[in-house]
Design a protein around this ligand. Sequence first.
Ligand code: G6P
Ligand code: MG
Length: 217
Amino acid sequence: KTKAFIFDLDGVIVDTAKYHFLAWQKLANTLGINFTHDDNEQLKGVSRVRSLEIILGLGNVEATEEQKEEWLTQKNEDYLGYINTMDDSEILPGVMKVLNFLKANNQPIILGSASKNARPILEKVNILHLFDDIVDGNDVSNAKPDPEVFLVGAKKANQPNENSIVFEDSVAGIQAANNAGMMSIGIGEASVLHEADIVFNDFNQISEEFLTELINK
Ligand code: G6P
Ligand code: MG
């Protein structure tokens, strides 16, 4: 049997969530906005533009479109600086094992990310070739929790939504998968990702038996 296995990127495949946080925090600091680790949960999975709006909202800061563009560029330059030296050591625990198992079982592997930096990151960590299709921030216009990115992903894999399984580390992403009528698997803390169908701490907790059951369901 065949399912569509759709993976978020940041915080699921690679440990880039910390770099996004550092870059946003730097911007917030320069704007005099207090931005904590807890605030950052709201930004995970959320598009670049929407993330800036949330941060400005935290500080009640208003700005022109032009000024916002400048800040977005600055944030992305800082972020690119952080990810510049990434290599495959930053692939999160258990990810390779799961990707290789799905490949060996001829399952479609799709990326479903809000990031516009997805392809260069996958290249940097040497796993771009494992993906049958990439749907990223360059392809969709509606940010998670809108299901668009995952709906497009399932279509590319030629699978109905109910045969699609999404791996996500963010609340917005879990909601997007649920909104798409797909199975949502949270990677992270169960208390944060309580809306997911099931949550694992990391991919090392996902057994081959569990994956085989998903494939054959
Ligand atoms: C992912 C991350 C977000 C990030 C968004 C856009 O969803 O979880 O933190 O803001 O992608 O990424 P980009 O690389 O295009 O700024
Ligand atoms: Mg993520």
